[in-house]
Design a protein around this ligand. Structure first.
Ligand code: HEM
Length: 1475
């Protein structure tokens, strides 16, 4: 019977347990399902234990939140029912100002306290928004910027007291501690007009601080599971239990009681008075319990928050001396110290200090002290927040960890303390930054005491900065912040001493009573007399109200919270173990979850190191450094992956490329050996390395899987051709081998293999489909792709140049071939060296490739073309972009130049390279945009689409290395004396060679940047990873799916998703009869095999580069591909002297510049001469779509005969430009402007001819007449630039450059600006006082005239102490005359001088400067530059969205947004649309 009973009890318990388990599981699944689309840690999606553990770990939750945002993007799930946003567009929805707002979530129940069964009102915890609004209505006016001024004397008092104490504190202090004492005393004074003597006693009087801390700890602990706090602490028994009141409550009670004795209502300017007077008006709302609660919560909300913020701000200042000094200067500007010291200014003065405000805001951003997510609940019915649909009841909050480190909001240097960012951002950006600043929250429930806090912070920070010399005692320790709801700075130890002003210590400026107060024994207060602060009506009592009450900390609580929460940890750990056990069960049944679980565990064990790596970082970049890195990387690859004859973990074509790299490395080592700057000893060791690797190459020749690759796709075969041609090249260049019989034997067998493999593709160029090109893989439907065809170009021309001929006719790649494949091959046809057919193949291939629209809008080469059913043209483009497709043709183009001498091949190469570099974001100058996907990378680092999500196939892992290898081949210096092959190839003129060197040199910083990024991914064994960007971002710990760039529209990725090859459009409709059925299948087969290997994700690793296929021989080789060779360095060094030949580009300084340059800006060279043909004027004549311009001063070889030519460049139908010399009588023409159908020129004159303003016809014979040549009978100096006003007047500048350049006699007039009326002949000086007035223009409304002063440049050279500045003047009319008034600086150019100047219709100001055309907005803010290396003297707007820039030997045309139009032509009514 007993057995039966116990059995049924057991059964009962089991059933109950099962029901509970089923309930828990079902709820978990439902919860999980509701938000399954929101990314976030898997564990968080299932249980709130995850959040509980995170919030109670030692790491501030804030840091963790930042990591979540970085990993999962702008929306993250952090609990089964919790979603956080780091997208600021979510703020208004969550914390809006309009009704109804989302209610506060349940965690706000936790800090609620009960006294004798009654809930004590807490502002922050109050979930009833209506009630909160009603409460605030009465208080609002007191908490406004103006209202808080009534508390200013309280703040002054405690600030001055603090300064006094710190003076007495000796040479060291814990600032964190002092700030807490200060803030408590201040808020107590604001609350009750009486401080508690925290500062005086230098301790937590009455345990109030500790009690507050416990309250927050408690909140933090139960935050994730508020229901548990409800059960444990808010139950009936606890609520009604009699417990001693906390220190704060006792303080509030006592203050209320004694207030009546101290004058009652209206006798004090403090919060208590405010609350009591509110109670008079609305006794139902402001009950006595409410008053106690309000007093307590404002104190609690206002003390530690202010203390922590101030302490962290001081920490930031002390660790940034530059900022500290700048701040001092700003404060001194409004409140200078005098001999007797420094006086604390009023808050209305301090509010004007924008830098001070920025310093505080920046510390709140970088070192936030509020660690809580202010949670709200999505109303029933659900909502869409920031584009994300969420069901009703979801708990939402903002993730400030993500926002404060979002480069698109705060700039790329988000990890740096830089207050300037708050001031220098554009207005729009500043709005975004301020919106993202949630330090005081936002909307209806934002901090009530915001202005009180700002008053305190402004005052105390200024007082500390101005009164003390301070430094961190232990800067090396960094700032430690506690975990929990507040990230409290735990220890800010400083060394300090009073600052001296004049002969005095600053402290002397404080009233005597401070000395008296400080002179009190530290823990006694009885005998101190009342003291009076300046401007303070109330005598200061030194009697702390709660002094006698000493409560053991653990009892200083109200009912409802306060026990040490840690003891629950045990219980939770049990729960956690249960969850883990459950997970194990699931894992058993659903093994696919294993990965996720490991992933989550790995997540827990992660410690992120946030890196301060800077953009375009600097490390030693000399050739020796790169040589060492190269050697190390290569020996690591061979040491780890080479088995003596092969890289067994790789696939055939990749091995062929790795062998190519090995030879290319040997080539660059040999090049280094040939240079003089290598010591004998290191030369010897390098030589032996060369031998060593050559022996690897030879061994691989014997072991290469030639049978497999022979039957692979057409691209695969060509990697083998390039491999052995590279080896032949090396032997030819390295005398030690070239002359040996061993070397000659190698050349013969390498040549034979190259020939065999080239023979596979030699006749595959097929014009019947798509007009040419080679298909990728004959086993698939026709797909003419970039790589196969680029390889055909490169291999054909490399065969033409390097293949030495081959007498063998054996067609078999291996003696075993016939046996293994059972196939007989025809004899290998003979192929002579330099056979013209090879060059023909290359030329035809490139011609086809170029005309076949392989490039997308960014100029990047897309993957290839399919042919639709029943079509013969390539009509289905695959928009997929891979890195290697951008590079392989480069070596081909270089070879084509070598073989033909046609520089257009090189120019095309530069274009491709430029497009690639731009697509990595290298030239993006906006901080916020730099890190964004730019088409083929970001942060200037090349990246494939598969890199960030770590799903690259084995093929793709080596692509970047291929790109850089071929770029390296392209950039080898051009021969100028000895052609590569005498009688066959060409040499370059010195100009072409210099251009090539210079262009290639300009790529070197980018290549080095990528090389550093690749090296930065090395693990402890020195193996590089595949996602180079990871090292730059230092997000090496986790795959960062949020960083996966969206694939281009219309793209299919067969390389990384090889199963696609089994589907249309790759599957063949009709098997081609001329091919063996299995020909070409090996690649797809290999890909499929590879795919199974790919998913060996190492979940437990912290490093993204261990994910996916992880670090492999391919990733290592890829890194080696981006080697910086001695050759490249030499090319770079060579061209440093020829800076002017670098590539132009757009540099963006402000978002508004994007509006100017439009969606597809471009810069094109339209004229190039070997003398300075293009210097000044330019004038656009729309009638014949031509631009007139003047040359620089030209002279005969002996320096005599100075003259200036005028040219006219006319656009032809094919968009090329024809340049024509204009015969002219204008002597030394310079600036010019349209004048009806004619042109006004500035004639500078010569020593024998007068200059002046002349009008030239735009028709042959271009006759010219002088309008004016002198002023007051004195000849002009050398008129420089000219504009016309809509009233018909002509305005011009007249500096003295003619004399300084020795073609004019001594000047007779000052450097001035003139206004000339042709109708009346009236001429007046409208402005003077310039160094060298130069360009000038009107704003679109002609209200402003801009004049550039180029005084920095004289005939005697450049003097940086003189101006290079654009001045703005108001154009005013007084007494019917025009004047230039209110001269002011618009901007000073940062590079060279601003020469020609023009406005667009929006009022932006453009000027030709030392580095190109610089653009400022009308407020003088630089918004962007059109960088033209060598600079631009002058320029003109032509058609809408177009401008022509004069760059001495070159003329460039920039295409920008159609909206951009020059103001001058517009105002003159010249129709620019005429051509
Ligand atoms: C630098 C100092 C301060 C910071 C960073 C700060 C921050 C905040 C934040 C973030 C909240 C919103 C909390 C939430 O609902 O999640 C808040 C609310 C509040 N703060 Fe402050 N605070 C500061 C100083 C003060 C001061 C000096 C006072 C009082 C004199 C004060 C009184 C309040 C009150 C009453 C609320 C509740 C408002 C409501 O729920 O409607 N705070 N504060």
């Amino acid at each position: 019977m007993a057995g039966l009973q116990s059995l049924s009890l057991f059964a009962l318990c089991s059933v109950a347990l099962l029901i509970t388990a089923a309930y828990v599981l079902t709820t978990a699944v439902i919860q999980y399902w509701r938000l399954r689309k929101i990314p976030g840690p898997q564990a968080a999606a299932w249980t709130n234990l995850w959040l509980l553990i995170r919030m109670n770990s030692d790491e501030p939750f804030y840091h963790f939140r930042r990591r979540l945002a970085e990993k999962y993007g702008p929306v993250q799930r952090y609990g089964p029912n919790r979603v956080m946003f780091s997208d600021i567009s979510a703020i208004p929805a969550m914390y809006g100002t309009t009704n109804p707002i989302y209610p506060k979530a349940d965690n706000h129940n936790i800090p609620v306290a009960y006294a004798n069964g009654t809930q004590v009102l807490s502002f922050i915890a109050l979930k009833d928004d209506d009630k909160a609004a009603r409460l605030k209505r009465n208080l609002h006016s007191t908490f406004t910027t103006q209202g808080v001024l009534s508390f200013e004397p309280h703040v002054d008092h405690t600030v001055l007291e603090l300064v006094g104490h710190l003076n007495a504190a000796g040479s060291s202090a814990n600032l964190a501690q002092w700030m807490s004492w200060f803030a408590f005393d201040t808020i107590a004074r604001i609350a009750f007009s009486e401080d508690q003597g925290f500062m005086k006693q230098q301790q937590d009087v009455g345990g109030a601080m500790q009690a507050g801390q416990r309250r927050f700890d408690h909140w933090n602990f139960y935050f994730a599971i508020p229901w548990l706090d409800g059960i444990l602490y808010k139950n009936w028994w606890v609520r009604n239990s009699k417990r001693p009141a906390s220190a704060l409550m006792r303080l509030a009670l006592r203050a209320i009681e004694t207030r009546k004795l101290k004058g009652g209502l209206g006798s004090h300017h403090d919060l208590l008075d405010l609350y009591m007077s509110s109670a008079e008006r609305d006794p139902e709302l402001y009950t006595p319990a409410a008053i106690i609660g309000l007093t307590m919560t404002t104190m609690q909300a206002g003390a530690e928050t202010t203390a922590f913020t101030t302490a962290t701000c001081m920490y930031c200042l002390l660790s940034n001396k530059r900022v500290l000094e700048k701040l001092r200067l700003e404060i001194e500007s409004v409140a200078p110290a005098n001999e007797s010291g420094w006086e604390l200014p009023s808050v209305s003065v301090l509010r004007k200090l924008t830098y001070l405000e920025a310093c505080v805001k920046e510390s709140q951003r970088l070192r936030p002290t509020i660690n809580i997510v202010s949670e709200r609940v999505v109303p029933a019915g659900g909502a869409t927040i920031a584009g994300v649909n969420l069901p009703g009841g979801t708990i939402v909050g903002m993730n400030t960890g993500g926002i404060y480190h979002d480069p698109s909001i705060f700039g790329w240097d988000v990890d740096v303390y830089r207050p300037e960012r708050w001031l220098e951002a554009s207005e729009e950006q500043r709005v975004i930054m301020n919106r993202g600043n949630l330090s005081f929250l936002a909307g209806k429930r934002m901090c009530l005491g915001l202005h009180v806090a700002w008053m305190e912070m402004r005052k105390v920070v200024s007082a500390l900065v101005m009164n003390f010399e301070m430094e961190l005692a232990h800067p090396e320790r960094g700032l430690k912040q506690s975990a929990g709801i507040f990230a409290a700075p735990t220890d800010v130890q400083i060394r300090l001493s009073p600052r001296r002003f004049g002969r005095q210590f600053i402290i002397h400026s404080y009233p005597r009573y401070f000395w008296m107060a400080i002179a009190q024994p530290q823990h006694s207060r009885e005998s101190s007399p009342p003291i009076r602060a300046p401007g303070l009506a109330e005598p200061i009592t030194q009697e702390p109200l709660c002094k006698q009450i000493v409560v053991p900390p653990w009892r200083a609580t109200e009912a409802g919270y306060g026990r040490s929460p840690r003891r629950w940890t045990l219980l939770l750990l049990c729960l956690a173990s249960g969850a883990v056990a459950l997970n194990m069960l699931i894992q058993y049944f659903f093994p696919t979850l294993l990965g996720h679980i490991c992933h989550v565990l790995a997540l827990f064990s992660v410690t992120i190191k946030l890196d301060n790596s800077t953009w375009k970082s600097k490390v030693p970049d000399n050739a020796a450094y790169w040589l060492e890195e190269h050697r190390t990387a290569l020996s690591t690859m061979q040491g780890n992956y080479w088995n003596g004859s092969d890289w067994p973990t790789s696939i055939q074509w990749v091995s062929a490329f790795m062998d190519t790299l090995l030879v290319a490395s040997d080539r660059s080592f040999a090049y280094t050996l040939g240079s003089s700057d290598i010591s004998a000893r290191s030369g010897k060791s390098l030589r032996s390395e060369i031998d060593h690797y050559l022996s690897h190459v030879e061994a691989f020749y014997d072991d290469e899987d030639v049978i497999q690759i022979f039957d692979a796709a057409y691209d695969d075969a060509q990697w083998v051709v390039l491999e052995w041609l590279e080896a032949i090249k090396f032997i030819g260049e390295y005398p030690k081998y070239a002359q040996s019989s061993h070397g000659r034997a190698n050349i013969a067998r390498f040549a034979h293999r190259a020939h065999i493999f080239y023979n596979i593709v030699q006749n595959q160029f097929n014009t019947s489909e798509c007009g040419g090109g080679i298909t990728w893989n004959p086993a698939l439907a026709t797909y003419k792709n970039a790589i196969t065809n680029e390889l055909f170009l490169s291999s054909s021309v490399a065969m033409y140049l390097y293949y030495p001929g081959n007498t063998l006719s054996d067609p078999y790649p291996s003696p075993r071939y016939a046996n293994v494949t059972n196939t007989t091959l025809p004899a290998l046809p003979r192929l002579a060296k330099h056979d013209p057919i090879l060059l023909r193949n290359a030329v035809d291939e490139y011609q086809w490739f170029k005309t076949h629209n392989f490039t997308n809008a960014l100029g990047l080469v897309v993957d290839g073309f399919h042919i639709s059913h029943n079509q013969t043209t390539c009509n289905e483009r695959n928009e997929q972009v891979y890195t290697y497709n951008q590079g392989v043709m480069l070596s081909g183009l270089r070879g084509l130049w070598e073989a033909t001498g046609d520089t257009s091949y090189l120019r095309d190469g530069y274009k491709y390279i430029k497009a690639t570099i731009n697509a990595t974001g290298w030239n993006v100058h906006s901080h916020s945009l730099r890190g964004q996907w730019a088409g083929l990378g970001r942060n200037g680092i090349m990246e494939d689409y598969c890199d960030a999500p770590a799903n690259c196939s084995q093929d793709n892992q080596i692509f970047k290395g291929i790109y850089f290898h071929h770029l390296g081949l392209f950039c080898e210096s051009l021969p100028t004396k000895q052609p590569l092959v005498a009688g066959v190839t060409y040499t370059a003129s010195s100009g072409v060679s210099a251009t090539h060197s210079s262009n290639c040199a300009s790529y070197v910083p980018w290549i080095e940047h990528n090389a550093r990024a690749a090296l930065g991914t090395r693990n402890t064994t020195g193996i590089m990873g595949g996602w180079w960007t990871a090292s730059h971002l230092n997000k090496t710990q986790e795959p960062w799916l949020a960083w996966s760039p969206p694939k281009p529209k219309g793209s299919i990725d067969p390389i990384n998703e090889p199963w696609l090859l089994r589907q249309p459009p790759w599957t063949r409709q009709h098997q081609r009869k001329d091919l063996p059925s299995d020909k070409g299948t090996s690649r797809s087969f290999l890909n499929a095999v590879d795919f199974s290997k790919r998913h060996r994700t190492d979940f437990l690793s912290r490093d993204i580069n261990d994910k996916g296929r992880g670090r492999t021989v391919e990733t290592q080789a890829s890194g080696i591909g981006v080697r910086i060779t001695k050759e490249e360095r030499t090319v770079a060094a060579k061209s440093l002297s020829n800076q002017s030949l670098k590539e132009p580009f757009f540099a963006v300084y402000a978002e508004s510049f994007f509006g100017i340059i439009g969606k597809s800006p471009s810069i094109q060279l339209i004229v190039e001469r070997d003398y300075k043909i293009a210097h000044e004027a330019p004038v656009y004549v729309p009638g014949d779509d031509s631009v007139y311009f003047t040359s620089n001063v030209l002279r005969s070889a002996d320096g005599s005969n100075p003259h200036i030519a005028i040219s006219k460049a006319s656009r032809q139908r094919d968009q090329s430009w024809k340049v024509q010399d204009i015969p002219t009588s204008i002597s030394m023409g310079n600036g010019a402007i349209n004048y009806g159908n004619d042109i006004i020129f500035c004639a500078q004159g010569t020593k024998t001819e007068a200059g002046g303003i002349m009008v030239m016809e735009t028709k042959d014979p271009y006759s010219a007449t002088t309008l004016v040549d002198s002023f007051h009978g004195r000849l002009f100096n050398s008129v420089n630039d000219v504009i016309t006003h809509t009233d018909g007047s002509i305005w011009f500048t007249d500096p003295t450059y003619g004399f300084e350049q020795d073609f004019r006699e001594k000047p007779q007039l000052p450097c001035q600006v003139y206004r000339f009326e042709p109708e009346t002949g009236d001429i007046r000086v409208v402005a003077d006082g310039f160094g060298r007035p130069n360009g000038l223009c009107f704003s679109p409304d002609e209200q402003t005239c801009y004049v550039t002063d180029t005084d920095m440049v004289h005939g005697d050279g450049v003097d940086p102490t003189r101006v290079g500045t654009i001045y703005a003047f108001d154009v005013i009319v007084r007494n019917h005359s025009h004047f230039l008034a209110n001269r002011r600086v618009l901007a000073m150019a940062d590079a060279g001088i601003p020469d020609g100047v023009k406005c667009d219709l929006q009022g932006n100001v453009y000027s030709g400067c030392g580095d190109g055309v610089n653009v400022w907005d009308a407020g003088g803010r630089l918004v962007g530059k059109i960088i033209i290396p060598g600079g631009v003297a002058n320029f003109c707007f032509t058609k809408a969205g177009e401008m022509v820039m004069l760059n001495e030997e070159r003329v460039w045309i920039a295409t920008v947004s159609d909206e951009v139009q020059g103001a001058l032509l517009h105002n003159l009514g010249i129709d620019i649309s005429r051509p």
